[in-house]
Design a protein around this ligand. Structure first.
Ligand SMILES: Nc1ncnc2c1ncn2[C@@H]1O[C@H](COP(=O)(O)OP(=O)(O)O)[C@@H](O)[C@H]1O
Ligand SMILES: Cc1ncsc1CCOP(=O)(O)O
Ligand SMILES: [Mg+2]
Length: 275
């Protein structure tokens, strides 16, 4: 892939989701569920949030793509999440996994272990989560899950490069590592997406909603292009929003405005490096 073909693919993806308005349901955490839905709607998707096993399974059958985020688990998810992921895998529907706070608790570890066989099309996490997931799945570049501290990263994005590539090689999809710069790989190529704002990690849900937005784009593009398009619109919107807000409260509102108003050509023009 060249820079020009990638820019064209990003622009086409952003245009396509606005035309399609794809149904992209989520099973996600209760902290940021509203932010996820609003971000998905802002870029052109149709959101639907559920908790129950038959509802996850039912939506997996009819959706164009789906998002699973393990941020706040409830006992019912022991049934909901594997059932839903199994349908997505069997029907070859694109789906995005955010392994939030991997390492915390037995149920989270059990669920994330099971997802290895259901091969998420895109895995999106911060650097520590990506390194820990590769460790849990016994892939190269991974390390013990006990090193994760809650939901925030203690590793640099570059430190997660090998883990990200190993995970993408296993799934056959893409892996996106977020941070001050974002690294996206399909296991062969690596893209660094630039931009964003230091305010982004200071509000909860930028990472979670980025996963939801990547799922929306996965309804219209292959996982690698979808993940790159998600990173690009986030970095563009974050850079723009920080220029006129007073602090992190108004940043969240401005950020959604910038997602909504971002033109496909501007999303494609957000700086990236093809390594
Ligand atoms: N220091 C930073 N500068 C610019 N953008 C950032 C910075 N930290 C995080 N971001 C952006 O915030 C979003 C969420 O990333 P991150 O905070 O790593 O996820 P998580 O919330 O899962 O830990 C991504 O779009 C990322 O590019
Ligand atoms: C704070 C918190 N606690 C459990 S899930 C969650 C949200 C994490 O969101 P993000 O990873 O996008 O900052
Ligand atoms: Mg996160």
């Amino acid at each position: 892939m060249t820079n020009e073909t990638l820019k064209k693919a990003i622009e086409q993806t952003a245009v396509a989701v606005r035309q399609m308005n794809p149904l992209v349901p989520s099973i996600t955490n209760t902290v940021t569920i509203n932010f996820v839905a609003n971000a998905q709607l802002a870029v052109g998707g149709s959101a639907a949030m559920v908790y129950l096993p038959d509802e996850g399974e039912g939506l997996a059958h009819i959706c164009q793509a789906m998002y699973i985020n393990v941020g706040t688990l409830f006992p019912v998810y022991a049934e909901t999440l594997p059932l839903t992921a199994k349908v997505l895998h069997e029907e070859r529907k694109p789906w995005v996994l955010d392994p939030v706070a991997i390492g915390l608790g037995k149920m989270r570890t059990d669920l994330l272990t099971q997802f290895k066989e259901y091969k998420p099309s895109i895995i999106r996490g911060n650097a520590s989560e990506i390194i820990a997931l590769a460790g849990l799945w016994n892939l190269s570049g991974g390390s013990a899950v006990s090193e994760v501290r809650g939901v925030d990263s203690t590793d640099t994005v570059r430190a997660a490069r090998d883990a990200a590539m190993a995970l993408a090689s296993w799934t056959g999809g893409a892996v996106a590592v977020s941070g001050a710069e974002d690294l996206i790989t399909d296991g062969k190529q690596v893209i660094i997406s630039k931009g964003g704002s230091p305010m982004m990690p200071c509000i909860t849900g930028t990472g979670c909603s980025l996963g939801g937005v990547m799922a929306v784009y996965a309804a219209a593009a292959d996982p690698f292009v979808a993940a790159i398009t998600g990173a690009a619109v986030y970095n563009l919107a974050g850079s723009r929003a920080e220029t006129y807000v007073k602090g992190t409260g108004s940043f969240q509102t401005a950020f959604i405005d910038e997602l909504y108003t971002a033109q496909p050509s501007d999303i494609a023009g957000n700086p990236f490096i093809l390594e």
